[in-house]
Design a protein around this ligand. Structure first.
Ligand SMILES: N[C@@H]1[C@@H](O)[C@H](O)[C@@H](COP(=O)(O)O)O[C@@H]1O
Length: 279
């Protein structure tokens, strides 16, 4: 697992946006027959990343024409056009501002007549497309990834989930601070659905997430902090701001910063070599 530390949430968004655009989507050269399959989160943490991706599309440096997306989760029973539904969030903050074909957008339907069937069909659709290339995720204060609350099975797949009271309280800020207005259930991809992606990138910003970050990377894999399951993934990247490192040991922060410096040296050397070969 790699941990990248940036000064603030804007620089985190810039880092992830550039990484997904240049190193992933553009290098993949997606086509209609071979689209890039991208998993996406909601929440305030990914907004700077979405802003960066939108800017790159507007500057002509990136296109979502051949990208298929799968969102992580959606509330159960909240009308799709509710201002706080994840459908509304995604179209408002991202999809309406990039060149994606709405047919290529997949978001779980929390109002489906048969919710179990809805979840199973979601998994099936991901499989039929060859799996998710890169899953971008965010976490809750209790370390949940998507809506995989503490105690979720680390082998879980897309399913209905009852929200933890902590999460209901944390999300009340989006519902006029009315705790009663926050839906109690959600549909969410499972921990295993995320782990099955070929690459996972997680954004963690703000001091509120500091304990979750330390539990996920400085302690063992534990279903009480579902982000920790990322330790078992072959290609995982967590990008955080300085505030989110507040509970990490100084030694841990220094270690990951030194790894990044070495990585930059290696990349610069490779770039030099590639240039010399081109001459
Ligand atoms: N289900 C979503 C998560 O997928 C998201 O990661 C989390 C963080 O939200 P924020 O980034 O606003 O802290 O919010 C909700 O709980």
């Amino acid at each position: 697992m790699r941990l990248i530390i940036r000064d603030d949430s804007a620089s985190v968004g810039e880092y992830i946006g550039q990484y997904i655009a240049k190193r992933r989507i553009n290098d993949f050269c997606p086509t209609p027959e071979r689209p890039f399959v991208l998993g996406l989160p909601t929440g305030s943490s990914p907004i700077p990343t979405y802003k960066c991706l939108i800017r790159l599309v507007k500057d002509g440096k990136l296109s979502f024409r051949n990208v298929v997306t799968f969102n992580m989760d959606e509330y159960v029973g909240l009308p799709e056009d509710h201002p706080e539904s994840y459908h509304t969030f995604m179209f408002r903050e991202f999809f309406s501002q990039v060149d994606i074909d709405p047919k290529n957008v997949n978001i779980l339907d929390g109002n489906a007549a048969d919710l179990v069937e809805e979840c199973n069909a979601y998994e099936e659709k991901i499989r039929a497309l060859g799996g998710i290339e890169l899953f971008l995720g965010g976490i809750g204060e209790d370390g949940h990834i998507a809506f995989n609350e503490p105690g979720s099975s680390l082998s879980s797949r897309t399913r209905i989930k009852t929200l933890a009271y902590e999460t209901i309280l944390a999300n009340a800020r989006f519902f006029g601070n009315d705790v009663a207005a926050v839906p109690r259930m959600a549909l969410t991809v499972g921990v295993k659905t995320v782990l099955d992606a070929r690459e996972v990138v997680v954004v963690v910003t703000g001091q509120r997430k500091a304990l979750a970050l330390s539990m996920a990377i400085e302690n063992g894999v534990n279903h009480l902090w579902t982000l920790s399951a990322l330790q078992t993934h072959p290609l995982a990247l967590i990008v955080v701001d300085e505030d989110a490192t507040a509970e990490l040991r100084v030694k841990t922060v220094k270690y990951f910063k030194s790894i990044e410096r070495v990585q930059e040296e290696v990349e610069a050397a490779q770039e030099k070599l590639a240039k010399r070969k081109r001459i």
